[in-house]
Design a protein around this ligand. Structure first.
Ligand code: FER
Length: 281
């Protein structure tokens, strides 16, 4: 090779290297077995808690996953992990087994010790998922949950568990309606949450200009904003439109598009796998 060809070749190599390290498509995937129960490793624990909701005027239930090695002598950050329109506080547990995914990650030291709270995000007296789940009062209850979360559940968790109670140690994420809630509540309360994730976010997601009216403030305050969706999900456009606005306004974020991904737990489980490893680091 002559000098010019050598130079051209070097430029080409540098170009390929820089493309592969920045490309959005060069994302890692959850490896085989990430969601399979391993009996030989330590396991976290799941408890049901009951808190008094001044918002709803009832006692409400949530599940709490504490990690392997959990101790009241340590202090933990907290992830609030929200369900979809057809679910309740047990949807993640029954459909996604987040405890298996997280136990496996702990066994490989790939996740920061944290408490995961699985609330019921339908803040109304009858908060079960029965009947017409699309009824206006039930959909409204997903918006009302913002007050229940901030005024009732978070204070309960913070007085009942050894948690670090500041924004940098509080995350919110969820699937579908819960994804919309997470973006709405997280970005709408940056003084409360520094880590925000929306998986397959639903039409309840506020329009980007309303979600992030002040891009500079969001940039300063956010530790992580992470969006995922399957490209075959009928709700894909809600994630895309948020992503487009974030790109236009230079707001750093993760955008994970799952090829052929649908509106299902394959997407939500691998999203939890990827998102949880970024938290509190
Ligand atoms: C809608 C379509 C889907 C809607 C909500 C959903 C409130 C939620 C889906 C889910 O949570 O899985 O029009 O309107």
């Amino acid at each position: 090779m002559n000098k010019i060809n050598q130079f051209t070749f070097l430029l080409f190599v540098l170009l390929v290297l820089s493309l592969s390290s920045h490309s959005q498509s060069a994302v890692e995937e959850a490896p085989q077995g990430y969601d399979v129960l391993r009996s030989e490793i330590p396991h976290g624990k799941i408890d049901t808690i009951t808190y008094n909701s001044s918002t709803v005027g009832t006692n409400r239930k949530a599940l709490v996953y504490t990690p392997p090695g959990y101790s009241k002598d340590k202090k933990y950050p907290v992830l609030y992990l929200l369900h979809g329109i057809g679910g309740d506080e047990k949807e993640w547990l029954n459909g996604g087994h987040p405890e298996v995914i997280l136990d496996n990650l702990y066994a490989e030291k790939k996740v920061e010790p944290m408490i995961v709270v699985l609330p019921n995000g339908r803040a109304m007296k009858d908060d079960r998922a029965g009947g017409n789940i699309m009824a206006p009062d039930k959909v409204q209850a997903f918006a009302t949950f913002e007050r229940d979360l901030l005024d009732d559940l978070i204070p309960y968790i913070e007085k009942s568990f050894p948690v670090i109670n500041d924004r940098e140690h509080r995350a919110i994420a969820g699937l579908s309606m819960g994804g919309g809630q997470s973006l709405n509540f997280g970005l709408g309360n940056l003084d409360k949450f520094a880590w925000v994730g929306g998986f397959s976010s639903a039409p309840n997601t506020k329009s980007p200009e309303v979600l992030i009216p002040d891009p500079e403030k969001a940039k300063q305050q956010l530790k992580l904003l992470w969006i995922s969706c399957g490209d075959k999900d009928g709700l894909f456009r809600f994630s895309q439109r948020t992503h487009d606005y974030l790109v236009t306004n230079n707001i750093p974020h993760g955008y994970h598009v799952i090829p052929d991904g649908l509106h299902d737990f394959n997407v939500w489980k691998s999203s939890l796998f990827l998102f949880s490893q970024l938290l509190f680091k």
